[in-house]
Design a protein around this ligand. Structure first.
Ligand SMILES: Cc1cc2nc3c(=O)[nH]c(=O)nc-3n(C[C@H](O)[C@H](O)[C@H](O)COP(=O)(O)O)c2cc1C
Ligand SMILES: [Mn+2]
Length: 448
C-alpha cells in the first residue's frame, strides 16, 4: 500500500528515512536558497525544506527527486528496481487514469481579480546568471483542445508582472501543439500550474508520453490521482497540490524570457515565449512552495534520467540478454549512460554501447562495465575506465551522428561524435583475479 499521496506525506517519509535537511535559518530567495538546496543534494543529505526564507510568507521545499536514493524513496522501491518500476509505469497498457473529485485541498484559499499577485509567492532566483525569479518546479496541467485528454509538462516561467509570467515551451512539446491549435482559432489556451506535489506526479510530468501523464503517476501509486476542476479554468488539477496558479496563454503574444540555468550545465538563451496571464492563485492552508534548482541534478533526474533509463534498457536488452544494470548518471546531463553486463563475449560490450546510442538521440557517451562495478558511484566507474580500458582497442567513435541541438559539443543542428567505451575486464588479455575490497562499516561503535 502506498504511503505517499501528496507532498506532505512524502516529506514525512523523507524525515523518517533521514533524507530531509530542515533549514531553519532564514535564507535569501535570491541565489542563497538555490545554493543551499544544491549543496544539500550534492552532499547526499536528501531534500531541503526551508522553514521560512527571507521575505517569504511560506516555506519552500527543494530537491524532491535529486538523487537515486530519493527517486527510489519516491517510487517506493529498491534502487536496483527503479528502472523496472519506471518501465512498468511508462507502459501505456498499465496506465491508471485520474479520478474526478468535487473537493480539492487547494480550494481552501482562492485569490482572483485584483488580489492576484504572483510576486507574493516565494519564487526563488536560482542561478547566478538567471534573468530573475522563475517558477521551475511547477507542473503545467492542460488539455488537448481536439481530443480533450489531459497533459502534464514542465515549463519555466519568469515573473514579468503581478499577473504575467513568461512561459517557455519548445516547438515539439504537446503543450505547444495545444497552444498552436488554439492560436489558429485566435483563442487562448487555458492552463493551470500545480505546485507542491506527490513526487510520482513530478516524475510523470517529465516523461514524453502519448496519453495524459497523470496515468503514469496513477500507475506508480497503483491508484488514480484525484483531480478537481479549476476555479477559473476548465482543467482538472491534482486535488492535493499545495498551490495552483490558473490562467491562459493568449494567442499571438510573445515576450522575451530568460536566461535560466539549463540541463547541460550552462545558462540558456533569451527566448521569445508565450505569456501566461494569471486568473487565480489558490492554495492549501499553510501551503508549501516547491522548487527545482535548474541546471542541477533534480532537473536532469526528472527530465533525462528516470523516463529514459527504461527506454535504453529495452534497447540494450534486445541486443544482449547479459545486461545486469543501466544508469543515466545525472552528472552526465542525460548525455551519458553506464551499462553493466555479465560479458560473455569480447565483442558484446561494443554492440551494447551502440544499442544505447540509438535508443535516445541525447545519448552520446556509453560506458560498459562489469557487475562488480557500482554504476551509481562515479568513482567506481572511473576506476573501471582507468584499470580496464586500453584506449586504442576498447573505444570507438561514431562521427557525424545526431545528438541534441543544445549539446555544447554539437553543431547548431546537434551533429557530433558519439563514443563507446568498453570498460569491462578482459581476462583473455591478462589475469588479475580479485579486486581489493574493504567493506564499508558503520563507524559508530568504533568512534564512541
Ligand atoms: C525541471 C524541468 C524543466 C523543464 N523546462 C522546460 C521548459 O522551460 N520548456 C520546455 O519546452 N520544456 C521544458 N522541460 C521539458 C518538458 O517539460 C518535458 O519534456 C515534458 O515531457 C514535455 O511534455 P509535453 O510534450 O507533454 O508538453 C523541462 C523539464 C524539466 C524536468
Ligand atoms: Mn505530453
Amino acid at each position: 500500500m502506498t504511503r505517499i499521496h501528496d507532498l506532505r506525506s512524502y516529506i514525512r517519509l523523507l524525515e523518517e528515512n533521514n533524507q530531509l535537511a530542515n533549514i531553519r535559518k532564514p535564507v535569501s530567495l535570491v541565489h542563497e536558497l538555490a545554493n543551499v538546496a544544491a549543496a544539500v543534494t550534492r552532499q547526499g543529505r536528501g531534500a531541503a525544506l526551508f522553514d521560512r526564507p527571507q521575505d517569504a510568507a511560506w516555506p519552500v521545499f527543494a530537491g524532491a527527486v535529486g538523487s537515486p536514493t530519493l527517486a527510489a524513496l519516491a517510487l517506493e522501491c529498491e534502487l536496483s528496481q527503479m528502472s523496472a518500476v519506471m518501465d512498468q509505469a511508462l507502459d501505456p497498457a498499465r496506465g491508471v487514469p485520474p479520478r474526478r473529485v468535487e473537493q480539492a485541498a487547494w480550494k481552501a484559499n482562492v485569490l482572483t481579480g485584483e488580489a492576484v499577485d504572483v510576486r507574493r509567492l516565494p519564487i526563488p532566483t536560482h542561478g547566478a546568471h538567471d534573468g530573475g525569479p522563475f517558477i521551475t518546479g511547477g507542473v503545467t496541467v492542460s488539455k488537448d483542445p481536439l481530443s480533450g485528454r489531459g497533459n502534464l509538462s514542465y515549463n519555466r516561467m519568469q515573473v514579468l508582472g503581478p499577473h504575467t509570467l513568461g512561459f517557455n515551451v519548445n516547438e515539439w512539446r504537446h503543450t505547444m501543439q495545444f497552444y498552436k491549435a488554439r492560436e489558429a482559432q485566435d483563442e487562448p489556451l487555458q492552463i493551470a500550474i500545480a505546485i507542491g506535489l506527490d513526487p510520482a506526479i513530478m516524475i510523470a510530468a517529465g516523461a514524453r508520453y502519448d496519453d495524459d501523464e497523470l496515468l503514469i503517476a496513477g500507475a506508480i501509486r497503483g491508484q488514480g490521482v484525484p483531480v478537481c476542476r479549476g476555479v477559473t479554468v476548465d482543467v482538472d488539477v491534482p486535488a492535493e497540490a499545495e498551490i495552483v496558479i490558473e490562467g491562459y496563454l493568449p494567442p499571438r503574444r510573445r515576450h522575451a524570457e530568460g536566461p535560466l540555468a539549463e540541463f547541460h550545465g550552462y545558462y540558456g538563451e533569451l527566448w521569445e515565449s508565450p505569456v501566461f496571464e494569471v486568473t487565480a492563485i489558490c492554495f492549501r492552508d499553510q501551503p508549501i512552495y516547491q522548487t527545482i534548482v535548474p541546471g542541477h541534478s533534480e532537473h536532469i533526474y526528472i527530465g533525462n534520467v528516470l523516463p529514459r533509463e527504461p527506454l535504453l534498457m529495452r534497447f540494450v536488452r534486445h541486443v544482449s540478454s547479459h545486461v545486469t544494470g543501466l544508469h543515466i548518471p545525472p552528472y552526465g546531463n542525460g548525455f551519458s549512460a553506464v551499462v553493466q553486463i555479465q560479458r560473455s563475449n569480447p565483442g558484446e560490450p561494443k554492440n551494447v554501447a551502440m544499442a544505447a546510442f540509438t535508443a535516445h538521440v541525447n545519448i552520446k557517451q556509453v560506458i560498459v562495465v562489469d557487475p562488480d562495478v557500482d554504476i551509481y558511484d562515479p568513482a567506481d566507474v572511473l576506476w573501471a575506465i582507468t584499470n580496464r580500458v586500453d584506449w586504442s582497442r576498447d573505444v570507438f567513435f561514431v562521427p557525424g551522428a545526431q545528438g541534441h541541438e543544445m549539446d555544447p559539443t554539437a553543431d547548431a543542428r546537434g551533429v557530433h561524435t558519439k563514443i563507446g567505451i568498453d570498460a569491462t575486464y578482459k581476462p583473455e588479455r591478462r589475469q588479475y583475479g580479485e579486486r581489493v575490497r574493504y567493506p564499508d562499516l558503520d563507524l559508530g561503535p568504533y568512534l564512541s
